[in-house]
Design a protein around this ligand. Structure first.
Ligand SMILES: [Fe+2]
Length: 187
């Protein structure tokens, strides 16, 4: 049994983000809505996916940002302050190809050692898909539009800009895998 509750995950994300970073909170809720919509694809551990979706950006919260690398800060916060379910913590730590961004920041070894990627490709893919098809305001978008938006917002020659351009092929194939799985479902 997973030792987390969806209502706890939602409340924790809301406590950290809603007031301090309302736009991140809107985005997080949009990512959770997208995760909810993947019930037909992620039939096992669907609640875990939604919990990871609502919490994935908690590391941006000013009170808990330590390294400034939000997947690592968020995962450490959940592990250390809340003794959160191990797989939930590792999903947050590794969301949306965080290992590649960690590389840009010289934090790859640290991230990998502390939070090994969850051994469930569908869950990892699904979380990335939900993040990358949700705008900063929480509306649905396409992976291509979202990548272009991130490059424009951060600048192509910044840590985040370089990371997202390097991750683009993998992000697009992840999105294609989930879209194929969705299309294969009976309506
Ligand atoms: Fe996100």
């Amino acid at each position: 049994m997973a030792n987390y509750q969806l209502s706890w995950a939602w409340q924790t994300a809301q406590n950290e983000l809603a007031q301090a970073l309302p736009r991140r909170w809107a985005h997080s809720q949009g990512v959770a809505r997208a995760a909810t919509g993947l019930a037909s694809v992620v039939t096992f551990d669907h609640d875990l996916l939604i919990a990871a979706a609502i919490l994935h950006d908690v590391g941006y919260a000013p009170g808990l940002a330590v390294t400034g690398f939000h997947p690592l800060d968020g995962a450490r916060f959940l592990r250390d302050e809340h003794q959160t379910d191990d797989r939930l913590v590792r999903l947050v730590a590794n969301h949306t190809f965080a290992l590649l961004e960690a590389e840009e920041r010289g934090l790859r070894a640290e991230l990998e050692a502390e939070f090994p990627i969850v051994d469930d490709q569908l869950l990892v893919d699904a979380l990335t898909y939900c993040d990358i098809t949700t705008t900063p305001d929480g509306s649905p978008t396409t992976a291509l539009a979202r990548i272009a938006e991130i490059v424009a917002r951060y600048g192509p020659d910044t840590v985040v800009g370089r990371f997202i351009q390097r991750a683009e092929p993998e992000i697009l194939s992840t999105a294609a895998r989930i879209e194929q799985a969705l299309a294969a479902q009976p309506r």
